[in-house]
Design a protein around this ligand. Structure first.
Ligand SMILES: [Zn+2]
Length: 488
């Protein structure tokens, strides 16, 4: 920590760094207590970035990493847009799904393991979580694009792996029953045996009327026979029972694109909806007799439906062409289904290529949806190049490890190819006749362009350039945008 303190002390001499307003006079940048660390800075992106860079240097030297799931960022007097900017800079994304998982996990890890939670309470908790997920509010609503039952399925079965609270609670109570049958070294178990079980086999015991409601439920709940459980199974006993209760669910073909995806959580969430064709596209709304313009907002000639919007539209297809050009891959599909099949095939690979394809699919379809919403609701248009540049920028900053190197190499290779093509063009212009002076000039230009491309790189690795400003609506989870707007 002394090394880290020294690194932070150097910040004091840097003009770009601004102290937290209440820490400036004493020059406080951090406080540490045992393994807890508090960092302070003014709520601007530059100061926070400098703090982060110091921590990264310390992290690389010491091997100590910050656990983001146990960390939090507190803001005071910082606008929402700036907050999102800073959080993105810190890779600290406040996702609704993560919050819901944290809340449900908190409930199941404590109360669920001790009490049988009444069905009404479970339904109310789930209704709040469901409403928060779809609309970001704490008012209970029944509006949802996908059923809660499906949301709670494992990712391999097309869900988001959110805990089904009722099934988890039942699994936790079955674990208590198993404890009663197999363990006798705990005081409460000895007590229940002494007064209620009295030597009877637990699986066929009659409901002891004089026992409390909770003990009656533990003794009479029915579930899988845990004596026959596979000892080698992974996870806790509760998790094993939980998965057993969910049964064997059909796996979805597109599961590979959902796992280990480095894209932003909101992009993954949108991709999850888009693959299942649950976005509120104009054709779906018109089927519900809603008065909407059904013409595609990109090409303005074809009707908007799912496959058209995300791939077959001539304008969107040009965007995909640019993405594949960046990836240096020939366009692999002519229809949306073919495209999805191609991505699924690539995403199965446990290579950097698989990692890249999963992220590119999520970020691209999400960008298309965001642009569509901007055009429909805000009448704001961005050109194709800006959208593509932003997708590439995001993929670059979210890439980690080997993938980061691959993207950098891809960029440098692309630059070299472009430069060579440019020189070839110049040679053809001079009809293949170059004097020594001209060759020297071309070589000098070649190096100059390569150098210039690194300095003003549109692919911001290792020093990213800021992307075009993102509108406030873009940072709200996509599933909710249309629902909210249509209700106005
Ligand atoms: Zn179109």
């Amino acid at each position: 920590m002394e090394y880290f303190s020294r690194l932070l002390k150097e910040l004091k001499d840097k003009k770009q760094f601004s102290f937290h307003p209440k820490c400036k006079k004493l020059g406080i940048t951090h406080l540490s207590f045992a393994d807890d660390l508090l960092l302070f800075a003014k709520g601007d992106k530059q100061s926070v970035t400098m703090l982060k860079q110091c921590f990264e240097v310390f992290s690389a030297a010491s091997g100590l990493q910050a656990n983001l799931s146990k960390s939090s960022v507190c803001f005071g007097g910082v606008t929402d847009t700036e907050q999102e900017d800073i959080l993105q800079q810190l890779d600290y994304i406040r996702g609704r799904i993560q919050l819901i998982k944290a809340v449900l996990f908190g409930i199941q890890s404590y109360w669920s393991q001790m009490f049988l939670i009444p069905t009404k309470v479970i339904k109310t908790i789930e209704a709040y979580c469901r409403s928060f997920m779809w609309l970001g509010t704490n008012e209970i609503t029944k509006r949802a694009l996908i059923s809660w039952e499906r949301v709670c399925r494992p990712k391999s079965a097309g869900g988001l792996n959110i805990i089904n609270l009722k099934q988890w609670n039942k699994a936790a109570i079955l674990k208590l029953q198993w404890d009663l049958a197999s363990k006798n070294d705990r005081l409460w178990i000895k007590w229940v045996h002494m007064y209620y079980i009295k030597g009877q086999p637990i699986l066929s015991i009659k409901e002891p009327k004089q026992a409390s409601w909770m003990v009656q439920k533990i003794l009479t709940i029915k579930g899988p026979n845990l004596q026959n459980r596979n000892q080698g199974s992974k996870g806790s006993i509760i998790r094993q029972i939980y998965l057993h209760q969910l049964g064997i669910l059909d796996k979805v073909e597109w599961k590979a694109v959902m796992f280990n995806n480095l894209a932003r959580p909101k992009a993954i969430f949108s991709m999850w909806l888009i693959i299942q064709e649950r976005m509120l596209t104009a054709d779906r709304l018109s089927k519900w007799n809603m008065n909407v313009d059904t013409t595609c907002v990109f090409c303005k000639c074809q009707p908007e439906h799912h496959h058209h919007l995300f791939y077959n539209c001539s304008i969107v297809m040009e965007l995909w062409y640019d993405i594949f050009k960046w990836l240096q891959i020939p366009v692999p599909a002519t229809t949306w289904n073919q495209l999805l099949c191609w991505f699924m095939g690539k995403a199965k690979k446990k290579t950097t290529e698989g990692q890249l394809m999963r992220m590119v699919l999520a970020e691209t379809v999400y960008s298309i949806w965001v642009e569509r919403n901007h055009r429909v609701f805000e009448k704001m248009y961005r050109d194709r190049q800006s959208i593509v540049r932003e997708i590439i920028y995001i993929c670059n900053i979210r890439a980690v490890g080997k993938l980061k190197d691959v993207l950098q190499y891809k960029h440098e290779k692309g630059t070299r190819v472009c430069t060579r093509a440019w020189i070839r063009g110049k040679k053809q212009q001079s009809k293949g006749v170059l004097c020594n002076g001209e060759i020297a000039l071309e070589i000098a230009l070649f190096f100059f362009i390569n150098f210039l491309s690194l300095v003003i790189s549109p692919f911001p690795n290792p020093k990213p350039q800021p992307p075009p400003p993102i509108a406030a609506d873009e940072i709200t989870p996509t599933g909710s945008i249309s629902i909210f707007r249509l209700s106005q």
